[in-house]
Ligand binder design. Structure first.
Ligand code: ATP
Length: 454
């Protein structure tokens, strides 16, 4: 479906670039793929890592009040009973009796007031039924009822069930948070929009524990904090939308939820949920496990179950937003000065998979190559650097533009001192977006580039 707010053609170009340049591949592609699963290639894995590292830096390392953890994907089934996932983590589903497609009941289009199958146009649809989104599996050698558990559908629950251990060991006072990045699995009925809705994905979640009276205020401040994060990674505020989730669509225990949405080429869709979950999760686990999960306030001598505000973001959805935001087409001069079209990924330097490409002007001139190798060695401890000696320099620039490398450094005869000492040990630093070039000293390069990528 295409309307004023969607641009399927742009999306197609992005998907094709992702495959062509090694950002994202279909999982098990040589066997026909597996619906809802994706592999990140050499550039995709760098982009994803930069995003996760920056989130961790902002959420954990730059704060006194948040610590991290890394929980296991498999947990005791009792966790999923207590959290309510076993009972209610479902989507309504209908089947098309004509083409046998299985569809999400809330995503079925209507024609002349009647629901129709988006797959074949048929009108013979079943009544909606609940479908649990958790992947069921067996732990150990016997496949019986007692061995059942699930692949976690969110990372949050391991934070709740480890709340006491973290509290006792990290010695934090309220308000404080526990952050986690990790895989989650949901057997989505209709995976779609490239990696946007996958069956295996990664989440970046924070559970920020507080006193009951702080909950609503913290919900607001976390929403703002998270909006700022997206701006810091290159997603402008005017492409973000905050949806106040209406009462009817909110989990019954939540006192307020915002969805932070991004204007993807396929429509405005959720990147992250920021929810005030009250004391629901800890209370459920305290009840079901029989273990106290309370907090003791030394000053007031009160004992209570903390409330929690949860900003929960998707790694894959944010990576996709970064790619969609970065994709651009413009023109650049070729070797002879003639304008030609170029594809450029305008990533924020902080997120770019490769920060700097280093080019000896000619590959068959040993002193140029040796100098270029020296520059690579100088920069490598600080950033991901790519060395490229093949082809005309313009073409080498173009290849880097297409994968979003913000800086290019060219080593030429001036660098070797052939025009005198003044230019010796200086290089051309080229900027991806403006295509401007400047002459800088090799010894200044690390400092100039580090300031831009950190
Ligand atoms: P949706 O309504 O799109 O299914 P949700 O509201 O169920 O998402 P949450 O349970 O709030 O999602 O999960 C938190 C975050 O995890 C989401 O904002 C999203 O970024 C990410 N996420 C959830 N489901 C998927 C999925 N199937 N594929 C990729 N990311 C996902």
């Amino acid at each position: 479906m295409s309307d004023a707010t969607t641009d399927p053609q742009r999306m197609e170009k992005i998907v094709s670039l992702c495959k062509r340049r090694g950002f994202i591949f279909q999982s098990s592609e040589i066997y026909g793929g597996l619906n809802g699963s994706w592999d990140y290639g050499p550039l995709g894995v760098e982009l994803k890592r930069n995003l996760k590292d920056y989130w961790w830096r902002k959420m954990v390392h730059e704060r006194d009040d948040i610590v991290g953890m890394d929980g296991s994907i498999l947990m005791n089934r009792a966790v999923w009973r207590a959290s309510g996932h076993e009972e209610t983590f479902t989507d309504p589903m209908v089947d098309c009796r004509t083409c046998k497609a299985r569809l999400r009941a809330d995503q079925i289009p209507e024609k002349e007031g009647r629901k129709i199958c988006p797959n074949c146009g048929g009108r013979d649809l079943t009544e909606p039924r609940s479908f649990n989104l958790m992947f069921k599996t067996y732990v150990g050698a016997t496949e019986d009822e007692n061995a059942i558990t699930y692949l976690r559908p969110e990372t949050a629950q391991s934070i709740f069930v480890q709340f006491k251990n973290v509290l006792d060991t990290a010695r934090k006072k309220l308000p404080f948070g526990i952050a986690q990045i990790g895989k989650a699995f949901r057997n989505e009925i209709n995976p779609r929009n490239f990696t946007f809705r996958s069956r295996e994905f990664e989440q970046m979640e924070l559970e920020y524990f507080c006193r009951p009276e702080q909950g609503m205020e913290l919900l607001e401040s976390w929403k703002e904090e998270r909006l700022k994060f997206y701006e810091d990674i290159g997603i402008p505020r005017d492409k973000l939308h905050v949806l106040t989730v209406p009462d009817a669509d909110r989990a019954f225990y939540s006192k307020g939820t915002y969805d932070i949405e991004y204007q993807f080429p396929f429509g405005v869709q959720e990147l992250e949920g920021v929810a005030y979950r009250t004391d629901y999760d800890l209370t459920q686990h305290q009840k079901a496990s029989g273990k106290p999960l309370e907090y003791f306030d030394e000053e007031t001598k009160q004992k209570f179950i903390p409330h929690v505000v949860e900003p929960s973001a998707g790694v894959d959805r944010t990576v996709l937003a970064l790619l969609c935001e970065a994709y651009d087409e413009d023109t650049a001069p070729d070797e002879k000065g003639k304008q030609e079209s170029r594809i450029v990924l305008r990533f924020h330097p902080r997120m770019a998979p490769i920060k700097c490409a280093v080019f000896p002007l000619l590959k068959n001139k040993e002193p140029l190559v040796a100098k270029a190798r020296e520059v690579v060695a100088l920069l490598r401890p600080h950033m991901h650097v790519f060395y490229d000696e093949g082809g005309a320099i313009g073409r080498r620039y173009r290849r880097q533009d297409e994968i979003g490398t913000p800086f290019g450094v060219t080593i030429d005869f001036d660098t070797l001192g052939e025009k005198g000492d003044e230019l010796k040990d200086t290089v051309t630093l080229r900027h991806r977006d403006s295509m401007k070039q400047e002459r800088v000293k090799i010894s200044d390069l690390p400092q100039i580039l580090i300031a831009k990528i950190s």
